[in-house]
Design a protein around this ligand. Structure first.
Ligand code: ZN
Length: 480
């Protein structure tokens, strides 16, 4: 009965649309499924939000045949198809697929009483290819061909109404690419899964092509790197004259293949290193000599991965200072500065839990570091106290394994702030408790204190704190 009530609610929810909003929108947005225009779900416009195509939930239910449920109280959308269950929450980027947390580039949102959901993410999870023509405002949904069909030709989608979804094991076997970086003539690709890179050198023009079979981009990827709705993107490289740029795309969906291309201004040799078990780092090193470089150990790139976490974000402002400044903004400013500095280190890779003013659950922050099997996790915060006199710098650890890191980080942090040394302390904070690597939480100063607040929002103090974090990280990791 509860389910019936839920569906009723869902129907009501879909039907209640403010009058007068339909006409203009319907003219400018079209949605095609395997070349056939879909007629329903267009009374609320398709939107392009931060390069995510957002479509009415009703479209998913009515046209793709997925089972859709809506919980008004928790603002949760549940989508089921072929044994796979997905839950998305309005205004939250954290979603779950079969109980596993994933981070969306754009959270579901409400428009005129209708829920809009990111079609690329949902379609991809259920095996669809999703394309968006921004000029014509057309969404193209393409169902996959049946993998073991007897005939290789054709690919006609026949009766139109049903959606073909690949078997579950095929969908689950995909490697997920979480991020890339380019430093010191090395391209680093972070991913989860078992894909093995196929790397080749191509001339005219010179380039290196890296194909990752059975792989796609995770939604974490889009939060850190440029990725358009067609799953194409570019990494701008400015500091390495031999490299003109790096392109990447979901090159094929049958079979799934992600392709990276390093565009070169001159022919270069390379070496490939793969480290890690399920969470892997693939390094394409352009420093290799033609005779073979012996300075790198096979199977271990020797590079360290640091996850930096700017506390709070978006609706969660964190502490509010005496003059009304938000902790979340301080945290992010310091993290971005530290990341810039770390990117110049050739033995350290850096991943941010957030790089803009977005909201992330604590468990998702820890999950990012754990999934990547990061070497270190550092969370930046500013403190607040009921007593306006409280002032100074603290560093927190929760697990014994994090104590040594806390001591090193604190030594540099206190020097940088010049505020009173309130010591290395035990603190039962989620992100440093639930992470599996050495993890610390820095409370740089007190926003409830007038002097601390003023100091923390100066560029020079933020630069000093960022530099102190890099010094602490390098000393702890033994990186020169
Ligand atoms: Zn905080």
């Amino acid at each position: 009965m509860k389910k019936f009530a839920c569906m009723l609610l869902l129907l009501l929810f879909f039907v209640v649309i403010l009058p007068g909003h339909g006409q203009a929108a319907a003219a400018t947005n079209k949605i095609f499924l395997d070349g056939q225009e879909l007629t329903a779900g267009q009374d609320v416009p398709v939107e392009n939000v931060n390069n995510s195509i957002m479509v009415p939930l009703r479209m998913i239910a009515e046209n793709l045949g997925y089972k859709v449920d809506w919980n008004q109280t928790s603002k949760t959308v549940t989508i089921e198809q072929q044994g796979k269950t997905m839950q998305l929450i309005v205004n939250q980027t954290a979603a779950s697929v079969d109980g596993k947390t994933v981070i969306l580039t754009t959270s579901p949102l409400l428009r005129n009483g209708t829920t809009l959901v990111p079609i690329r993410f949902i379609g991809e999870q259920f095996g669809l290819t999703v394309k968006w023509d921004n000029t014509k405002k057309i969404v193209d949904l393409i169902t996959p061909e049946i993998p073991d069909s007897n005939t290789e030709t054709g690919g006609s989608s026949g009766d139109g109404g049903t959606v073909v979804v690949p078997p579950d094991d095929a969908a689950n076997g995909l490697s997920m690419i979480n991020g890339i970086s380019f430093n010191e003539n090395r391209l680093t690709i972070a991913l989860e899964g078992n894909t093995q890179p196929k790397v080749s050198k191509v001339t005219g023009p010179d380039r290196i092509v890296i194909d990752l079979p059975n792989a796609t981009f995770s939604d974490v990827f889009g939060t850190g790197q440029q990725l358009d709705p067609n799953l194409n993107g570019m990494l701008t490289v400015t500091d390495y004259p031999e490299v003109s740029g790096i392109r990447y795309s979901l090159y094929s969906t049958n079979p799934y293949t992600v392709r990276f291309v390093i565009d070169l201004n001159t022919s270069k040799n390379y070496s490939v290193e793969v480290s890690g078990d399920v969470s892997k780092l693939i390094v394409i090193d352009l420093n290799a000599q033609s005779t073979g470089d012996t300075s790198t150990q096979p199977g271990n790139s020797g590079r360290k991965l640091v996850v930096l976490d700017a506390g709070h974000g978006a609706k969660d402002s964190g502490a509010v200072g005496v003059t009304g400044k938000y902790e979340k903004n301080f945290n992010l400013a310091v993290i971005l500065k530290a990341a810039e500095l770390l990117k110049q280190e050739n033995k350290i890779d850096v991943v941010l839990t957030r790089s803009d003013d977005t909201f992330l659950e604590l468990k998702d922050r820890a999950a990012i570091a754990n999934n990547l099997k990061a070497d270190l996790f550092i969370s930046v915060h500013a403190n607040s106290s009921g007593s306006s006199a409280a002032s100074g710098t603290e560093t927190y650890y929760q697990r014994e394994a994090s104590k040594a890191l806390a001591n090193v980080m604190h030594k540099y942090l206190v020097q940088a702030t010049g505020l009173s040394d309130r010591g290395v302390r035990y603190g039962n904070f989620h992100v440093i408790r639930e992470t599996t690597m050495p993890a610390v939480l820095l409370e740089v100063g007190y926003l409830s204190n007038k002097n601390d607040e003023a100091l923390l929002f100066t560029e020079s103090l933020q630069n000093k704190v960022a530099a102190s974090m890099v010094s602490g990280i390098k000393e702890y990791l033994g990186v020169q």
